[in-house]
Design a protein around this ligand. Structure first.
Ligand SMILES: [Zn+2]
Length: 114
């Protein structure tokens, strides 16, 4: 009986992790069911190792269209409210510095981000 329970838990664990992992690649989670089939699962692993994932294809299209991602530009986007990473206060839209503690995504006066 304990063996059956352990087996069921192992299958549930494998399905949960496999489903989550496969969906993060941009594929349908249903593919994770193939991990439960002996021998077939080896080829599924190889498919994920050597194929270009949908999320990678999307990133390639994005880079081809807009160029490399530039995180600096994202920090400059102050069109919406954001949260101060130092004191957790709300930084109002239009401002890049926290009104409570002075922290900024752009760094302090000396340019250091703390
Ligand atoms: Zn703050």
């Amino acid at each position: 009986m304990p063996t059956l329970v352990i087996s069921i838990l192992a299958v549930v664990f494998t399905l949960f992790c496999g489903w989550t992992l496969v969906e993060k690649t941009g594929n349908s989670g249903w593919i994770s069911l193939l991990f439960l089939i002996p021998i077939v699962n080896i080829f599924v692993w190889l498919y994920f190792v050597f194929s270009e994932w949908p999320v990678e294809q999307e990133l390639s299209r994005y880079k081809a269209r807009y160029g490399e991602l530039e995180m600096e530009n994202k920090f400059d986007d102050v069109s919406m409210d954001s949260t101060c990473l130092r004191c957790r206060a709300v930084i109002a839209a239009g401002s890049s510095a926290c009104a409570s503690c002075g922290w900024s995504y752009k760094g302090d006066v000396d340019g250091a981000v703390r």
